[in-house]
Design a protein around this ligand. Sequence first.
Ligand SMILES: Nc1ncnc2c1ncn2[C@@H]1O[C@H](COP(=O)(O)OP(=O)(O)OP(=O)(O)O)[C@@H](O)[C@H]1O
Length: 252
Amino acid sequence: MEHALEIQGLTKRFGDKVAVDGIGLAVPRGSFYGLVGQNGAGKTTTLAMAVGLLRPDAGSARIFGADVWAEPAKAKALVGVLPDGLAMPERLTGREVLTYLGLLRGLPRDVVAARAEELLAVLELDDAGRTLVIEYSTGMRKKIGLATALLHGPRLLVLDEPFEAVDPVSAAAIKTMLRGFVAAGGSIVLSSHVMALVEQLCDHVAVVDRGKVVAAGPLDEVRGVRSLEETFVGLVGGERTNNLKELSWLSR
Ligand SMILES: Nc1ncnc2c1ncn2[C@@H]1O[C@H](COP(=O)(O)OP(=O)(O)OP(=O)(O)O)[C@@H](O)[C@H]1O
């Protein structure tokens, strides 16, 4: 049976810098998959290549068997994406953004209107539906981005740092929604720096370090008897933990 997302040998260089170095991942259908790694490890670049937003130097990505580069229309119909630094039409309201993108996706106008209403309510963006995106806070931008990812009813969600800058009440609503999505048969890949969040939500995890996957699989197998945070620090190195000594001028 094909995977929700399968990537093989993905590689990306920026000048001399190898940002992603032959990453492979297999995301089982129905799984909630967490991608963790330090700043600059290559998570955003990997996810952008996996969904067809950034062309890899080498490697391939398939969404439910559809090659992201050879069959983009087929692959992209199956996936909802919350990219890093999503560019939005700033002079539209939240509801107008959803309407515009829903119609671009080919959804009937009444379906778009009904779904937009539901998404704005679930994400507690009711007022924001009438507010221009340019006036949104960072967290509100994340939430409207999530709504655009969900609008066409994808089978796979790929979310880059979906909880960054989101308040705890909204985060709880989003978690419930994402859990419901997986319970209903959907698959999710998300990246995060927050180990506790990944442990709470995900059943699979991959640890990325310097452009490579250093551990991947079911959460319980990757972390063993330790917490994910301990496992993570053990895998990617935590040697500079006592650097206050180096910043002696900060001592009182
Ligand atoms: N457009 C770009 N041009 C040059 N270098 C880039 C570009 N995008 C990413 N990089 C570099 O590639 C590496 C991986 O970056 P990436 O954003 O994928 O990491 P990340 O794991 O998502 O980091 P973070 O957790 O901080 O978001 C970094 O060294 C980054 O500086």
